[in-house]
Ligand binder design. Structure first.
Ligand code: NAD
Ligand code: ZN
Length: 376
């Protein structure tokens, strides 16, 4: 008998099973779980993580509008919703969380559950680090960037009017619970911005990860969880390993800054308005690869593979009007310059990097020009 083909009735690809990792930072070890649908059973996942019974959710109106229903079983108390967006990542928003915690008579027996992107995670994390000198927190990241990066490693903090992330504390979460299903509602540009950070992990530490992204762009952008789980898991493994080696970023953790030197400078000269963070990092990685090729440290085909993948991922905001000299000046003001020394992450090939402390402004300027900035 010939079976007729009904695409809509075909069983979908099997849902990938959960991935359980452990983040071993010097100050604490904690579980990181990546599981499709986990957010629907968050209450029991929090029980498994031995989180205190009184749980207070910090989230944002956008995330709550899309996904609040899933989290109703976590607590009957109203969530603390903080306004979205980088411009609200400041002490006054932290103050609003303190107000809500005090008003609801939160004590040391309470725990915070941060449900949102990197902004919610960083702000709620800082509130948790400081309220009553520290209450436990679980991170439930809802953007790709937060799932592979900001929710892991215990860096928390807010911006000051004069600079990004100038105020902060290290406060490791009790657990990180990642549900790739939550990414279905993420705007395409936000998703792509997070995916550049995944590319970054590939360039730092895994040619396999890099090639997988390249081969799976279509299912990834379609938010197919079968494609998402392996690349999120591999990124988390890399971040967890590096955090394990160097919790407070004195040495090995610096490789995570690949693409972030020029990236932060690009964000700063455009006043954080033109680029999503990952987009600026994409240009930063191209700049680092160009500089590495000029030094004969990276083979040209690897640089070309990076440029080609970034191009395939979609459009980046224009940079032709930006002045390379101004961007180099902004690099000089960066936090990565310690005691006058710039620690610049240089890719050696796709999958390996090193740190150079002798990169000159002129070299950087040349690389920026090749990438497309205006000469100065
Ligand atoms: N702590 C760290 O180690 C670390 C590392 C990297 C970045 N960061 C910080 O992370 C922040 C950026 O995080 P981000 O990129 O997640 O941005 P974000 O938190 O601003 O979120 C981006 C947008 O997506 C929306 N959103 C979140 N989840 C959604 C969902 N599931 N569906 C639909 N919309 C959703 C948000 O409402 C917001 O408008 C920056 O402040 C950066 O400094 C921290
Ligand atoms: Zn980043």
């Amino acid at each position: 008998m010939l079976l007729s083909y009904h695409p809509l009735q075909m069983p979908s690809a099997a849902t990938p099973g959960p991935v359980r990792l452990t983040v071993r930072a010097a100050s604490a070890a904690y579980p990181l779980t990546i599981e499709v649908g986990l957010s629907k059973n968050l209450a029991s996942a929090l029980d498994d993580a031995k989180l205190p019974r009184r749980r207070l959710i910090v989230s944002s109106p956008t995330v709550w509008r899309f996904h609040g229903e899933r989290f109703r079983s976590v607590t009957s108390e109203e969530p603390i919703l903080i306004p979205d967006g980088e411009r609200f990542k400041n002490l006054s928003t932290v103050g609003r969380i303190y107000d809500a915690l005090v008003n609801t008579q939160a004590d040391r027996g309470c725990a915070i559950v941060a449900i949102g992107g990197g902004v919610v995670g960083d702000v709620a994390g800082f509130a948790a680090a400081t309220f009553l000198r520290g209450v436990p927190i679980v991170q439930v990241p809802t953007t790709l960037l937060a799932q592979v990066d900001s929710a892991i490693g215990g860096k928390t903090g807010v911006n000051h009017a004069l600079g990004k992330n100038l105020i902060g504390a290290f406060h490791q979460p009790l657990a990180v619970l990642v549900d790739p299903e939550l990414l279905a509602t993420l705007p395409r540009r936000e998703f792509r911005s997070g995916l550049y950070e995944v590319v970054k992990y590939g360039v730092i530490a895994s040619r396999d990860l890099f090639d997988t992204i390249d081969a799976q762009l279509r299912p990834l952008f379609a938010r197919d969880t079968a494609a998402l789980v392996p690349i999120i898991a591999e990124s988390c493994r890399i971040k967890a390993r590096i955090v394990g080696e160097d919790e407070k970023e004195s040495g090995p953790r610096r490789v995570l800054n690949l693409g972030h030197t020029a990236g932060h400078a690009l964000e700063s000269v455009t006043k954080y308005r033109r680029f999503r963070h990952g987009e600026a990092v994409a240009y930063g990685m191209l700049t680092a690869a160009e500089l590495a090729c000029t030094r004969d440290l990276m083979p040209r085909p690897d640089r070309d593979a990076l440029a080609s993948l970034i191009r395939k991922m979609g459009p980046l905001p224009p940079i032709g009007d930006l002045d390379a000299t101004q961007v180099v000046e902004a690099v000089g003001r960066d936090k990565k310059v310690v005691d006058g020394t710039l620690h610049y992450v240089v890719p050696l090939r796709i999958g390996a990097t090193t740190i150079a402390t002798d990169v000159t402004g002129a070299e950087l300027q040349d690389a920026l020009r090749v990438v497309g900035l205006r000469g100065g």
